[in-house]
Write a protein that binds this ligand. Structure first.
Ligand SMILES: [Zn+2]
Ligand SMILES: [Zn+2]
Length: 346
């Protein structure tokens, strides 16, 4: 066991402070990663603040990790010392169930092992990426193509795959009209992916404040949901709506924007239930769905897709001593479009 520097939460209410976390010794199938960049995801804040239930403290969060392999176990074949790699929201699963065998480790029937705040195979609680180093089983470590700017790779590991996977699953592509609700960390990636896949992309944002950005990222249309005329004008328009907003939205009003057989898929995770009037699903055989990250193989596919299409998130790099300030700005939706911590400053 090794102690490494980290930013840790000591309670639901205190600011994060510099401390240490324990990392296990590198096992035969493990990779030791020197973390260089760690993205800030809204889930980090929800978790620490107890929005999704009580958690054990101290806790180190962070599940958008980009770094360089520093050591490998004797049986590791997929990664070598010096490789650029990434780790996302999970660091393990049973590897045997129907879902794991199908490449959907995130839906492991025994439960995936989250990168933080999860019980690891050895019974310890996993600790995330706001830290100097991490030890991860090699089959949960992704290759980061050289053409992706390294600091921009980190947010792909959660925000990227979270939006890529549902777009692929529901066949975003030529001839499909896709709406993205919210132009934040997740939403801006959804716009870039849907555009690169060939779909006609509409952003539905509260206001028109980020309209220029949205169009530059590849949106064909941009509408304000704060304007009641938007819902009348766009009724029955979309094959797929990706809702990236993690606070409540009016689900019924958005279902009305779907074509027959359309799907509204949630990728944000509000802490409160969202009420749905079933009648709005019946009329038009519509689906109200959810999607969580993606499997390991699909995450690699997403990274390779980004390299091929020149896609990367838009990031604001911060030193570690500004994490608390950055969290407040995430809560105030004041980030364009993802904070990434320079882990060298931890
Ligand atoms: Zn996340
Ligand atoms: Zn499994």
């Amino acid at each position: 066991m090794t102690l490494v520097n980290a930013y840790i939460a000591t309670s639901a209410t205190e600011p994060l402070v510099r401390g240490t976390v324990e990392r296990r010794e590198v096992g035969p199938n493990d990779v030791l990663i020197d973390i260089e960049w760690a993205g800030i995801c809204h889930s980090d804040i929800h978790t620490v603040r107890g929005d999704w239930g009580e958690i054990p403290y101290p806790m180190t969060v962070g599940h958008e990790i980009a770094g360089v392999v520093a050591a490998v176990g004797a049986e590791v074949t997929r990664h070598r010392v010096g490789d650029r790699v990434g780790v996302g929201c999970m660091v393990g699963s049973c590897r045997e169930c129907e879902q794991c065998l199908a490449g959907n480790e995130q839906y492991c029937l025994k439960g995936m092992i989250g990168t933080y705040n999860a019980v690891d195979a050895d019974g310890t609680i996993t600790q995330g990426g706001y830290s100097e180093q991490i030890v991860v089983a090699e089959d949960f470590v992704l290759r980061v193509p050289e053409s992706i700017p390294f600091e921009k790779a980190a947010p792909l590991l959660c925000a990227g795959i979270t939006t890529y996977s549902p777009l692929r699953h529901w066949n975003a592509g030529p001839g499909k009209r896709v709406a993205v609700v919210g132009l934040g960390g997740l939403g801006h990636m959804a716009v870039k992916f849907a555009h690169a896949m060939g779909a006609e992309v509409t952003v539905l944002s509260q206001s028109l404040k980020k309209r220029e950005d949205g169009l530059r990222m590849g949106a064909d249309h941009y509408h304000a949901t704060g304007d009641p005329d938007t819902f009348a004008a766009l009724a029955g328009s979309f094959d797929l709506i990706v809702n990236t907003v993690s606070s409540g939205i009016d689900i019924g009003a958005h279902l009305d924007l779907l074509k027959t057989d359309g799907t509204l898929v949630n990728v944000g995770a509000p802490s409160e239930p969202l009420p749905v009037q079933v009648f709005s699903l019946l009329m038009g055989r519509k689906s109200f769905a959810g999607s969580a990250i993606g499997g390991i193989e699909e995450t690699q596919e997403m990274l390779d897709f980004c390299a091929e299409h020149g896609i990367a998130p838009e990031v604001e790099v911060i030193p570690a001593d500004r994490i608390n300030e950055a969290w407040e700005r995430v809560l105030a939706s004041d980030v364009r479009y993802r904070f990434v911590i320079d882990a060298g400053t931890i």
